[in-house]
Design a protein around this ligand. Structure first.
Ligand code: TYM
Length: 408
């Protein structure tokens, strides 16, 4: 079924550059994972594309936030993006909550999204803690209750062997009754309640808001790190479903994930993604870390013991992560780095990776210091950005509303 809603041919005709949209959350200090996985690709692709970049504060509030900190983090992120090389003459940068069309679009898309699809999202399960295996948890709780009861149950002292066995069977029966009486289910219900209590409807709905961000701007390409691939895919699914039901009204976007940098891992546990929420400060390098801190963090980076600098994600995750980091920083392919370091030891290699990161961050940190003194300039860039994207956002939203049959 196709309606007569005009498709955004104007946008496509206006520019032969591909429309790129991406977002990043203002959720605290930024690390080199965000930079190498996303920001650097935004910066490097600026000339080739028609770019819109968004500070997604509405996504940030899907987990509890201190309001003053959130404001400060939004400013910090804007400064980092500008200092990293996002150029307001080439790209539009704005704050998501400044454009009400995002929330409105998300509501409409909610009605084209299935609960089942959202329940499958890995990030939702991880962030809400609902990725627990209930069967394993049930057995664990039963075992613990049984242990406690056995420990506290007083056996009469002078039982004969036969009576003892009988007594044991009676105790077992009683224990089974207690354990199965619903106590375990009550405990598990409590655990689930707690987990669901922490996780909000917003956290569940997060991918739909993200789909709204992308679809509002007729986005063709979405440069992201590997962890966001599933979210871009659901945006595609929602777009295709909407187009099928009401006529072709939105552009179906593509995720763009660079091989190098797609997944920068923790320095202390290279099987885990580098993340700001990690308790161990040595696991990540912040964009504002000074040279000495960066040297120390890389010197402590976890590796293996065979002293060969080779890329092998499975067998050598630590060294592979460091090669990856160095490759994105220097734009030298990993295979060339392997050759260069064929006869080096880990100590020397780690020190060189640290120096590459320090060099990469030097100009960014210098520009950050300038923006620290001129936050009004940053505010103006963001306000101009929100204004510049308004016509596109309004146009898509009104097209979608018409197609869906809203209003008169
Ligand atoms: P966020 O804020 O978690 O991350 C921003 C970008 O950084 C990438 N990234 C990484 N890449 C490689 N290695 C890492 N360790 C690493 N950590 C983070 C992420 O993949 C991402 O590209 N939901 C999104 C924000 C968003 C968005 C959008 C993105 C909202 N609307 C529309 C694209 C299009 C998020 O939370 O990213």
């Amino acid at each position: 079924m196709f309606t007569n809603v005009p498709f955004p041919a104007i946008f496509i005709a206006m520019s032969n550059k591909k429309r790129v949209f991406s977002g990043i959350q203002p959720s605290g200090d930024l690390h080199i994972g965000n930079y190498l996985g996303a920001i650097v690709n935004w910066v490097r692709g600026q000339d080739a594309h028609d770019n819109i970049f968004c500070i997604v504060d509405l996504h940030a509030i899907t987990v509890p936030q201190d309001p003053n900190k959130l404001k400060a983090n939004t400013m910090e992120l804007a400064k980092v993006l500008l200092a990293s090389g996002i150029d307001p003459k080439k790209s539009t940068l704005f704050v998501q909550s400044e454009r009400p069309e995002h929330s409105e679009m998300a509501w409409i898309l909610n009605c084209f999204t299935r609960m089942g699809e959202l329940k499958k999202m890995i990030q939702y399960k991880q962030k809400s803690g609902l990725d627990v295996n209930l069967h394993v948890l049930r057995q664990f709780v039963q075992e613990k209750i049984r242990e406690e009861l056995v420990k506290n149950y007083k056996l009469p002292s002078q039982e004969g062997p036969f009576d003892g066995l009988k007594m044991e069977l009676t105790i077992q029966k009683q224990l089974d009754q207690i354990v199965n009486k619903g106590l375990v289910d009550d405990i598990l219900d409590g655990v689930i309640d707690k987990l669901e209590g922490v996780s909000t409807v917003g956290l569940f709905d997060y991918p739909v808001l993200m789909a709204g961000d992308i679809l509002l701007y007729d986005t063709e390409e979405v440069p992201v790190g590997e962890d966001q691939k599933q979210h871009v895919e659901i945006a595609r699914d929602i777009a295709q479903r909407l187009n099928k039901r009401v006529g072709k009204v939105v552009v179906v976007p593509q995720p763009v994930i660079k091989k190098e940098g797609a997944r920068i891992m923790s320095l202390t546990d290279p099987t885990k993604k580098m993340s700001k929420s990690d308790q161990n400060e040595n696991s990540y390098v912040l964009l504002r870390d000074d040279a000495e801190t960066i040297r120390k963090k890389f010197a402590r980076a976890v590796t293996d013991s065979d002293n060969k600098i080779k890329f092998d994600k499975e067998k050598k995750p630590g060294i592979s992560n460091l090669l990856n980091i160095m490759s994105v920083c220097t734009e030298i392919p990993i295979s060339d780095l392997e050759k260069k370091y064929a006869s080096s030891n880990y100590g020397q290699f780690k020190a060189d990776v640290a120096e590459c990161v320090i060099e990469m961050l030097k100009p960014i940190q210098a520009k950050l210091a300038e923006y620290d003194k001129n936050e009004d300039k940053v505010r103006k860039i963001l306000a101009d950005g929100a204004e510049a994207v308004a016509p596109r956002a309004k146009d898509t939203l009104s097209r979608v509303k018409k197609a869906v049959g809203l209003g008169l």
